[in-house]
Structure formats: structure tokens, C-alpha cells
Design a protein around this ligand. Structure first.
Ligand code: ADP
Ligand code: MG
Length: 462
């Protein structure tokens, strides 16, 4: 872990198989003042952890789906072999951890921009992005691991020149490049995500910094990593974990319906878990819950059905952990990380639109009614009974965001974040959401999705 002089512990697996894996903290690490646990689900202790807890944390560091299969097969590793895969890809992981084979030189910590990176010229960058866009594995050149299913690449970027850099010897990356697939699936997703993140920001929510670029001929969303800190020439990793890791939920149960079917209780799935135990791990649970509920409203309004447990994270704020107020800190010194991976999935009719986390009792966006919004509101007060007036106030927050969502989409278009044509699918989805609210809550929010035409500069002209 960046900042720790020795290793944190030892992860064991059987060659070629994922069972059993165990993780044991190193006694020297445990004895270190201020040692932090890898995860809220793996508290510091000297006894080994067995497969269940270990898999949830470590498996959640790895890519998923097709990306996992291609990277594994290119290295002749069984995609189920999590220890083997981490050994190959784990030099630069989410957060402050690096996972390296025993005997390997430690990953660079921190990285020095002037010494531990190789500048990529335009052609090499375009070639690399082209490989990723085509769904081909990166082979031996890349030793980073980023979760998720979208095609992506992790690189560093020189803050002075904006040039992209390839890390050497496991030096930390600073940016994630989400690359639009070339095979036509999820067309326009880069513009879609750039717009949704921007609307989140305009609605007052904390979001990652993202920039849209065309590299070669390929659309790329370049996202600054919130789990990296760059000071002058030095790049450091910051400790973080996603909600699946913090709650000890394996990757394949990140969706609420799947978790419920597997017998996972409400304390570890859906909004009950996110607003309850997960937010409770932060130093400011009230603020975290407020942001999470506002994000739930915004995700529903923008048609993002895919806000599952791996799309929320806790970030260790070192500056604040060292402050005098940290004595009264709650949890391990974590705060809610900025929001990321906000996409209007509703713009892709082929994609399953089941809500990753139910709103009240509703699993589908168009089944959400007043009582469901109030159930979500009640989940902000875990273990407490609150008056109807307090819960009803959240309907006012929902209404504020609902009134703002189309004007903010138009403002993003006016500012050149996306073109009007690119915004249209998202705008249409948001319009349908507003009409649903008007119908079910008796509101009369303007939901005319062709409004932009009347204001000039509309669809036909761009
Ligand atoms: N800005 C960021 N800083 C640090 N980690 C990030 C950032 N954005 C995404 N991640 C990490 O990468 C993973 C995959 O990114 P995400 O945007 O969720 O892609 P996908 O669409 O494939 O799910 C996330 O689960 C998170 O761990
Ligand atoms: Mg994601």
C-alpha cells in the first residue's frame, strides 16, 4: 500500500484455481501505528481471512466481463483465477494497493513524472487506444487493473503539457480512458457519459473531472483518477474502496436483485445498505446520505439504471485524516468519493433497464410511485423513525432536480459539452421521466423534449 514501508499482507491461492484463497495481514504491518485496514470488510487482525471475505475485496479490483476474459486468455490465465490475474495485472490497482507476485520488486511509490514514465507520441497513443477500442488485450505492456465492463485503459498524464505517459515498473497511473467500442455496441456512450456527468455537476453533485477527446478516430472519455494525488513531480495512490468491497459483497452480486436471490440481507444490498452501513463508514454520514439520495434522484431522472454497488466508493482523505479534528473521526477516515460512471442507459433500448438498486419497492423506473420515493427517503434514517414531513421534504428535492434537468442539459449543449444531436437521446429519456413524475405525483413540470428547437440552434442545424 502506498505509504507503507513493507507489505500489507500475503494473498494465497492455488495455482490455476480461485479456491481457496486466503489473506493474512503481515505482523509488521499490524504493529505499525496508524495502519489502516485494506477494507472495512477486512478489519485488522492477525488471524487469516478465508475465501469469502477475501474474494469480495480482491475480485472487485479486477476487470469484469469480456475485458477480464480477454486479458486473462492473453496471459494464459484462467479468468476465474483471481490470484493469478492479480499477479499479472495488479501493479496499479484501484486505490492505494498494489498486488505483486512474491519476490517481485515493489511497485513504484510514489511515481516520479520525470523518471518513471515514458512519453507516448500521438501515433503510439492512437495505436494503443485503437487496440482497446477493438477489444484486443494489451498484453505485457500494461500492468494495471481497473474494474468495470467498458473498454478502458489507464495511463498517466503530465499536468503541465497534457501529454499521456506510460508508467514503468508499476508507477501509478493518473487517468482512466474510457474508450468507445468500435463494433457499434453502445454508440455515443462517450458523449452520453460526458453529458450526464456534466448535468450531475450542474445539479450540485460532486463528480470526477472528465474530458472528452478524439484519439485517432476514436471517442474517448478521459477521466482524472480521484484515487491519485499529483504534487509537483510525484504521483501517489490514495486508499479507496468501492461499496461492494466495503460491504463485503462479491462482484457478481453488485445488483440488488441478484444479491437478494443469493440470500444477501438488506444490510448489504441496495439503498438500505448504501444509505445505511456504507454511508455510516464515512466521517460525515449525514452529508454522504444527502449526496447519495440526490444522486439517486438524478440517476433516475437521467435514465441511469446501472448505478450498482461498484459505482460508489469511499476515499481516504489523507489531508483530513492528519487534521486535529480527525480525533473525533467516524469510521476509518473515509469520505464519499466523487460520483463516476453516470450514463443514461435508457438511451440504449437493448440494455436491461432493471434498476441496479430498487427505489422503494420498484425495480423498473416506470413503476416508481410516491410511496417508493418516501421509502427511499426513510432509508436515509437507518434505525430511526422520522415524521412524514421530514420524508415529504425529499419530494421537494426531487422536484428541484426534476425542474432543473432539461434546462441543465440545454446549458451543457450551449457550453459545447455535447452537440444538440448527441444530447437528444438523453433529453428524450429525461422528458419521459418528467412526464411520469407529472402523472404519478400530480406535478406539471414542462417536459417538452423538443423545446430546444424553439430556442434556435436546435436539432436541424447542428
Ligand atoms: N475517476 C476515477 N478515479 C478512480 N477510479 C475510478 C474513476 N472512475 C472509475 N474508477 C474505477 O474504475 C472502475 C470502472 O470505471 P467505470 O467508470 O465504473 O466503468 P464501467 O462503465 O466499465 O463500469 C470503477 O468501478 C472504479 O473502481
Ligand atoms: Mg462502473
Amino acid at each position: 500500500m502506498d505509504g507503507a514501508p513493507g507489505r500489507v499482507g500475503i494473498l494465497l491461492g492455488q495455482p490455476g484455481g480461485s479456491f481457496p484463497a486466503s489473506f493474512t495481514y503481515d505482523p509488521e504491518y499490524l504493529a505499525r501505528p496508524g495502519a489502516v485496514p485494506l477494507s472495512a470488510s477486512l478489519p485488522l487482525r492477525s488471524a487469516p481471512y478465508d475465501d469469502a471475505g477475501v474474494r469480495a475485496f480482491f475480485d472487485n479490483l479486477l476487470p469484469e466481463g469480456e475485458r477480464r476474459r480477454t486479458e486473462a486468455l492473453a496471459r494464459r490465465i484462467d479468468p476465474a483465477d483471481l490470484v493469478g490475474l492479480l499477479g499479472a495485472l495488479g501493479a496499479d490497482c484501484p486505490g492505494a494497493v498494489s498486488v505483486l507476485p512474491e519476490g517481485a520488486a515493489p511497485a513504484k511509490m510514489p511515481g516520479r513524472l520525470g523518471a518513471d514514465y515514458e512519453a507516448l507520441d500521438e501515433d503510439r497513443l492512437a495505436a494503443l487506444v485503437g487496440e482497446v477500442a477493438a477489444g484486443r488485450p494489451l498484453g505485457g505492456r500494461a500492468r494495471f487493473s481497473v474494474a468495470g465492463v467498458q473498454r478502458k485503459l489507464a495511463l498517466a498524464r503530465d499536468p503541465a503539457t497534457g501529454r499521456f505517459l506510460l508508467p514503468r515498473d508499476g508507477a501509478p497511473t493518473t487517468h482512466i480512458l474510457k474508450v468507445e467500442a468500435q463494433d457499434g455496441e453502445h454508440r455515443g456512450i462517450v458523449a452520453n457519459e460526458a453529458l450526464c456527468l456534466d448535468v450531475f455537476r450542474r445539479l450540485g453533485l460532486p463528480v470526477v473531472h472528465a474530458e472528452r477527446m478524439v484519439i485517432g478516430v476514436i471517442q474517448v472519455l478521459v477521466v482524472a483518477r480521484y484515487d491519485r494525488a499529483v504534487h509537483d513531480d510525484l504521483v501517489a495512490r490514495l486508499h479507496q474502496e468501492d461499496a461492494a468491497q466495503a460491504l463485503g459483497v462479491p462482484r457478481e452480486l453488485k445488483y440488488e436483485d441478484d444479491a437478494e436471490q443469493a440470500g444477501v440481507g438488506p444490510e448489504r444490498r441496495g439503498f438500505a445498505a448504501l444509505l445505511g452501513r456504507f454511508a455510516g463508514l464515512t466521517r460525515g454520514p449525514g452529508d454522504a446520505r444527502l449526496n447519495l439520495v440526490h444522486a439517486a434522484h438524478a440517476n433516475w431522472l437521467l435514465g441511469n439504471a446501472d448505478a450498482h454497488l461498484k459505482n460508489f466508493a469511499l476515499l481516504h482523505d489523507e489531508a483530513r485524516a492528519d487534521s486535529p479534528a480527525a480525533d473525533q473521526a467516524i469510521g476509518f477516515g473515509f469520505d464519499l468519493a466523487p460520483f463516476y460512471d453516470v450514463v443514461c442507459t435508457g438511451a440504449y433500448p437493448g440494455v436491461d433497464q432493471t434498476l441496479a438498486m430498487r427505489i422503494g419497492r420498484a425495480s423498473q423506473w416506470d413503476a416508481v410511485e410516491r410511496a417508493d420515493w418516501l421509502l427511499l427517503a426513510a432509508q436515509m434514517f437507518p434505525g430511526r423513525r422520522v415524521g412524514a414531513g421530514v420524508l415529504a421534504r425529499q419530494l421537494d428535492w426531487l422536484r428541484d432536480s426534476a425542474v432543473a434537468v432539461l434546462p441543465e442539459i440545454d446549458a451543457a449543449v450551449a457550453d459545447g459539452v455535447v452537440t444538440a444531436i448527441e444530447a437528444k437521446p438523453v433529453r428524450d429519456v429525461a422528458g419521459a421521466r418528467l412526464r411520469h413524475l407529472n402523472r404519478t405525483l400530480g406535478w406539471s413540470i414542462p417536459a417538452d423534449t423538443d423545446a430546444l428547437v424553439h430556442r434556435g440552434g436546435g436539432w436541424a442545424m447542428s
